[in-house]
Design a protein around this ligand. Structure first.
Ligand code: ADP
Ligand code: MG
Length: 294
């Protein structure tokens, strides 16, 4: 039988916008030592917008022509970064085409042919894959990443052509919630597929203890496992499809309610208000409940 205290706590949780799926999850939440947070859509708002668009100094091409080609390729991708670029181009009144060929490489970028131009858009590792030097725009990328923006290089016909940067602001509620997690004695770690420099800038603003950047989806699972092997009791908080395996691996998976269905299904706890204060509430509620049961 489910103890009355657990039922009462579940009801209280629901009132606070924290949906706890079962008594076991509620009990485990009280033992958590480490909270692992996904960056995009969890610490940040998850709605990136284009802030910068640079054409490589040596290239004689109209910025909007380049943007139109970039957006036409990104149109075939479902990544939030892609969506932000498409929206930016459409807001400028540009008509997008359909790429003749398209390929997307997880954690790296996209490529495709538009108007007979071979386009590639992605991170430094992606450019490296193509043997394209990023030297001409690297200083700009470093500067933008230092401001917490995500820079993506643009290549056209095998040469560096430009740089597009997006900003995904942190949720107003994140720094306070992370401070509250610290006050509960918890270690807070951020995981992201984004680059190290951008990740560090966001981490600093949010106040997390440790950052693991450049991780692929399976890397998120491995990182949770590694922390568990070190003896941590881990809560993983995420919103995306790529967070679902890590949510399942964690001792308690917490999904942002507005996130993808797959994440919400994988979570033991669903944060209905979509802010990290729900994590604080779930853990505090569990600790109080477990104390009254002892
Ligand atoms: P996150 O988990 O932060 O969303 P991803 O693993 O999806 O990160 O992506 C990591 C990096 O790969 C991005 O920061 C970006 O540089 C590059 N990338 C991924 N998808 C795209 C895309 N559609 N267009 C350009 N770059 C991309
Ligand atoms: Mg996310």
């Amino acid at each position: 039988a489910v103890p009355t205290a657990v039922m009462v706590a579940s009801g209280k949780g629901a009132q606070l916008g924290v949906l706890i799926k079962g008594g076991e999850a509620l009990q485990r939440a009280g033992d958590i030592t480490t909270v692992v947070l996904d960056k995009t859509g969890t610490i940040t708002q998850g709605a990136p917008t284009v802030t910068d668009f640079l054409v490589a100094p040596a290239l004689a091409i109209d910025a909007d022509v380049l943007l139109q080609r970039v957006a036409s390729v990104e149109h075939a991708s479902e990544h939030p970064l892609a969506e932000s670029i498409v929206q930016h181009a459409q807001a400028k009144g540009l008509t997008l085409g359909t790429p003749e060929s398209f390929a997307s490489v997880t954690g790296r970028g996209v490529q495709g042919v538009v108007d007979d131009a071979a386009m590639a858009v992605g991170n430094a590792a992606f450019m490296h894959d193509w043997g394209i030097s990023v030297d001409a725009l690297e200083a700009d990328a470093v500067r933008l990443a230092g401001e917490g923006r995500t820079p993506m290089y643009i290549a056209m016909d095998g040469a560096l052509a430009g740089l597009v940067a997006v900003a995904d602001p942190i949720r107003d509620s994140s720094p306070r919630a992370i401070a509250d997690l610290h006050a509960l004695g918890l270690t807070v770690v951020m995981l992201t597929g984004d680059n190290e420099r951008t990740a560090q800038a966001i981490a600093r603003a949010a106040g997390v203890d440790r950052v693991v950047a450049g991780v692929m989806p399976d890397g998120k699972v491995r990182e949770v496992q590694r922390l568990q092997d070190e003896g941590a009791v881990v809560a993983m908080v995420g919103d995306g499809i790529n967070d679902a395996p890590a949510l399942a691996q964690a001792d308690v998976g917490m999904a942002i309610g507005s996130g993808t269905d797959i994440a919400v299904e994988a979570g033991d706890v669903v944060l209905m208000r979509g802010d990290l204060q729900g994590v604080v509430r779930a853990i505090a509620l569990s600790r109080r409940t477990m104390r009254t049961m002892k």
